[in-house]
Design a protein around this ligand. Structure first.
Ligand code: NAP
Length: 227
């Protein structure tokens, strides 16, 4: 059994999650979360010490079974990067969209964290929540996404207070060059300008800095924006 610390990264099949997995791989064994098992297998081939962990995080029964099957004695780092970005004005946003956004961005995060608490406590581990600039400011057209990220920030604050042995970091990136941002720009009807956005690697570096801060340090929030 490896003596390296263990990290579980959700949303590792692409974007910020995949970049975070790559950035943690030199120092951590990894569980790679996502639904796209083929993408996770491909990434795992590149990263020694990485194991795919494919599960739909909105399927409570599957998540419980998948966590139970892991039987983790300890977990050093949990990075929640899985998320959806569904835009729309309030007048155009259906209850179904509100529910979907909250199911993935909030309820799934809370559910998975809860199941992993014993392993996190055993390691005095770090939970990193990939939030957003929209977790601080709700702009027109962003109500349900921003509300989900405000809720995620509330979750982080409460968890930090309840679990003194854990570190809980909220990371708030601006626009990042990923598939989600392509979809966001398309929903906005704008033009995609990759060189004006953050690189996923840059956000991953911020996440890793929170996860690997020296033992006495608790990084609680990082805001990172394109220059
Ligand atoms: P992305 O490229 O669209 O990747 C999203 C990830 O979430 C994928 O790996 C996807 O995996 C996973 N996912 C979605 N629904 C899931 C489900 N039901 N179960 C399991 N996994 C699921 O997005 P990204 O840009 O990397 O975003 C990552 C995080 O950063 C999100 O929380 C997002 O809100 C936040 N963020 C992004 C930006 C940006 O500009 N891109 C800015 C600020 C914050 P599968 O498809 O394999 O399921």
């Amino acid at each position: 059994m490896s003596s390296r610390p263990l990290a579980l990264v959700t949303g590792a099949s692409r974007g910020i999650g995949a970049a975070t997995a790559r950035a943690l791989a030199p120092t951590h064994d990894l569980l790679l979360g996502g639904r796209d098992a083929v993408a996770l297998e491909k990434l795992a081939v590149d990263l020694p010490g990485a194991t795919p962990w494919p599960v739909d995080l909105t399927d409570d029964g599957s998540v419980t079974a998948a966590v139970t099957a892991l039987d983790l004695p300890r977990l050093d780092v949990l990075v929640h990067s899985a998320g959806v970005g569904l835009l729309g004005r309030v007048e155009d946003t259906s209850p179904e969209t509100w529910r979907r956004q909250f199911e993935v961005n909030v309820v799934a995060v809370a559910g998975l964290t809860r199941l992993l608490l014993p392993a996190l406590r055993a390691a005095r581990g770090t939970v990193v929540l990939v939030n957003s600039g929209a977790g601080h400011t709700a702009r027109p057209g962003w109500a349900s996404y921003a509300a989900s990220k405000f809720a995620l920030r509330a979750f982080a604050d409460a968890l930090r207070g309840e679990e003194p042995d854990l570190r809980v970091a909220s990371v708030h990136p601006g626009r990042v060059d990923t598939e989600m941002q392509r979809s966001v720009v398309e929903q906005e009807g704008g033009r995609y300008e990759a060189d004006r956005y953050l690189r996923a690697d840059s956000v991953a570096a911020a996440i890793v800095s929170a996860a690997t801060a020296s033992a006495e340090a608790h990084v609680s929030e990082i805001v990172i924006r394109p220059r």
